[in-house]
Write a protein that binds this ligand. Structure first.
Ligand code: UFG
Length: 338
C-alpha cells in the first residue's frame, strides 16, 4: 500500500516507515525538518535497503501538500507531524494550537479533495487526562487535557470523528500511545530531543553518558509501589509495528476505530532506573525532587482491543528498550547529525 507518512523522519515516524517497508508497503515521507534531520532518510535506507521517497514540506503548507496529492496517489495517511513538548506548549499555546490544528485541517482538506479516505492518527494517552482508574480502556472517558499539546490531541480526535460522520467511506484510526521509549537496535535511529530532555528515558540516557549529572525524580509520595510515578513504557519498535497492524482497521466498515498502544504494564520511575542499570551496567545517580505540575500517580493501558481486533501486542521488554536507548545515546552523543 502507498502511504503518506507526515512527520516521517521523527522518532516514531521513522521507525514506522521502517516497519511499513519491511511489511511490503511504500511510505511517502513528508517532514518539515523542524524536529528531525534529513539524514534520517539515509539511515532508513541503511537499515532497510530501501530509500524512501521524501518531500520536505510543512503540512501547514496546503498548496505544496495539494501538489503532492495531485502527483502521487496514496491510499492512506499516517499523521505524526506536530509539536510535542508538553512544557513548551504551556508557554507557547498559540504556536501549538496553530501548528498542530492548522496542519491537520490542511491535511484533511487535501485528503478529501483527492478522495483519500483513510487516516491513522498519532493520538496519546494524554487524552485520558487524570484517570479515575487504571488500566485505561478505549472506553475510558476522554477528558480535558492539562496542557495545550494534549488539548490539540483531544481536539484532533474530535475533528476526525466529525469528519468521518459526514464523509462516506471515511476511516479514521486513533492510536493512543502511552510512553514510547527505546531506539532502533542498530543505534542509527532514536529519540533526539532539542535541548535538555523533558521525558524520563532521554534524560536517563543523557545521565548515563555523563552529559547530565543526575536524574531528578519528580516526587516520591505518589500512591504507587514505591511512591514514584508509574507509566506504561512501550518500545518504539513495538509501537511502529502497531501502525502496520492498524492498517487492518481500514478493511473494516467505515468509521472511527480507537486503540491503546501500550504494554499493559505499569513501571515506576525507580523501577525504570533499576532496569536501565541492570541492562547497561551503568549506575544512574538521582535525587528526589518535588512533584512536577500536572503529573499523575499512574497511567497504564489495557491493550486487549488492539490484540483482539488487530492481532497486535507489545513484545519487547523494558530492558530491551533501556539497552537500545543507551546504545543510541552512546553512538549519537549529540543527537542525529546531518
Ligand atoms: N520524570 C522524572 N524526572 C524527569 C522526567 C520525568 O521523575 O526528569 C517522571 C515523571 O514525573 C513521570 C515519569 O517520569 O512520572 C514519566 O514522565 P515523562 O515526561 O517521560 O512522560 P509523561 O508520562 O509525563 O508524558 C508522556 C509524553 C506526553 C504524553 C503522555 C501521555 O511526554 O507527550 O506521556 O500520557 F502526552
Amino acid at each position: 500500500m502507498k502511504i503518506l507518512v507526515t512527520g516521517g523522519l521523527g522518532f516514531i515516524g521513522s521507525e514506522t516507515a521502517i516497519s511499513l517497508i519491511k511489511a511490503g508497503h511504500t511510505p511517502i515521507i513528508v517532514d518539515n525538518l523542524y524536529n528531525a534531520k534529513a539524514s534520517v532518510v539515509n539511515r532508513i535506507e541503511a537499515i532497510t535497503g530501501v530509500r524512501p521517497e521524501f518531500h520536505q514540506i510543512d503540512v501547514c503548507d496546503k498548496e505544496k501538500l495539494d501538489e503532492l496529492f495531485s502527483q502521487t496517489k496514496v491510499e492512506a495517511v499516517i499523521h505524526f507531524a506536530g509539536y510535542k513538548a508538553v512544557g513548551e506548549s504551556v508557554s507557547k499555546p498559540l504556536m501549538y494550537y496553530r501548528n498542530n490544528l492548522d496542519s491537520t485541517l490542511s491535511l484533511l482538506e487535501c485528503m478529501l479533495k483527492h478522495d483519500v479516505k483513510n487516516i491513522i492518527f498519532s493520538s496519546s494517552a494524554t487524552i485520558y487526562g487524570s484517570p479515575d482508574s487504571v488500566p485505561l480502556r478505549e472506553t475510558s472517558p476522554r477528558k480535558e487535557a492539562t496542557n495545550p499539546y494534549g488539548q490539540t490531541k483531544v481536539i484532533i480526535e474530535k475533528i476526525l470523528e466529525d469528519v468521518s460522520k459526514v464523509n462516506e467511506g471515511f476511516h479514521a484510526v486513533l492510536l493512543r500511545y502511552f510512553n514510547p521509549i527505546g531506539a532502533h537496535p542498530s543505534g542509527l535511529l532514536g529519540e533526539d530531543p532539542n535541548g535538555i530532555p523533558n521525558n524520563l528515558m532521554p534524560y536517563i540516557s543523557q545521565v548515563s553518558i555523563g552529559k547530565l549529572p543526575k536524574l531528578r525524580v519528580f516526587g516520591d509520595d505518589y500512591k504507587t509501589v514505591d511512591g514514584t510515578g508509574v507509566r506504561d513504557y512501550i518500545h518504539v519498535l513495538d509501537l511502529a509495528e502497531g501502525h502496520v497492524a492498524a492498517l487492518k482497521a481500514l478493511d473494516k466498515d467505515p468509521g472511527v476505530y480507537i486503540y491503546n498502544l501500550g504494554t499493559g504494564r505499569g513501571t515506576s520511575v525507580l523501577e525504570l532506573v533499576k532496569a536501565f542499570e541492570e541492562a547497561t551496567g551503568i549506575k544512574i545517580p538521582y535525587e528526589i525532587a518535588p512533584r512536577r505540575a500536572g503529573d499523575v500517580d499512574a497511567v497504564y493501558a489495557n491493550c486487549d482491543k488492539a490484540y483482539e481486533e488487530l492481532g497486535w501486542k507489545a513484545k519487547l521488554s523494558i530492558k530491551d528498550a533501556c539497552k537500545d536507548s543507551y546504545n543510541f545515546q552512546k553512538k549519537n552523543p549529540n543527537g542525529i547529525e546531518d
